[in-house]
Design a protein around this ligand. Sequence first.
Ligand code: NAD
Length: 266
Amino acid sequence: MTYKASDRLAGKVAVVTGASSGIGQGIAIAMGQAGAKVVINYHSDAAGARQTQQQIEKAGGEAIIRQADVAKPEEAQELIEAAKEQFGAVDILVNNAGVQQDQAFLEMTLEEWKKVIDTNLTGHFLCAQAAAREFAKRQVKQEEKTCAGNIIFISSVHDIIPWAGRANYTAAKGGLQMLMKTLAQELAKYKIRVNAISPGAIKTDINRKEWESEEGRKKMLAQIPYGRIGEPEDIAKVALWLATDEADYITGSTIYVDGGMTLFPS
Ligand code: NAD
């Protein structure tokens, strides 16, 4: 992945969860190459996290790596602490970490339900709270065209499109929508911006089995009016822009980056 090195996020510090692969990796690299100092969080793929770091360093950027399970309160908190200790502040949180554990509803165990809810919803709550507590300490005047902090949730088109066999995933993503909107409303007085990006079908590890097979690719493309499967860069570019002051008047919004997938009935 290559992005044009720039200074669009110079002086900013970003924490990106689940940044050892896929969309999170793309976002961390894009932000790092735009001048942000980055905390790369990973769960189990240390080599992937190192790759992310190398890409940022190649562009002259700076990044550190922190292992953490975002669903554990103390580990989520440590990510924000790491940003402060290493870089002196935190300005941007990209809540990206996510898992899928597909199961027919009639068979779904409580464990399968909780695994996805814990990571995709509770983990996002924990990181958002830890970051927002830092952002809220800042004094930014209401009339200024900049924010005290920026929270971006990586949701999914399945925050509005039901998806049989994935009740845990759709419940978590649907929940993220209301979490995002409520935080945007509640935290606006601190000048904290909160938004979501909802990807459609993006080629990553999470759906590799589908897009790597001819039949799976056909099935995916049949749901995408724009005629191509997305790539992490498609999401990273939007996240980067959303994190800049160019998007200063945007809070409480969801941007569907999906090649028109949400235009179709499921
Ligand atoms: P991915 O599997 O490459 O990335 C998910 C990342 O989250 C991995 O790096 C994984 O290690 C990390 N992770 C999982 N559990 C974690 C935990 N407890 N703590 C910290 N990190 C953890 O897949 P991706 O497609 O890049 O997924 C990123 C996000 O995008 C997810 O939230 C996913 O739901 C969302 N999304 C993906 C697509 C798609 O088509 N790929 C579509 C819509 C939404």
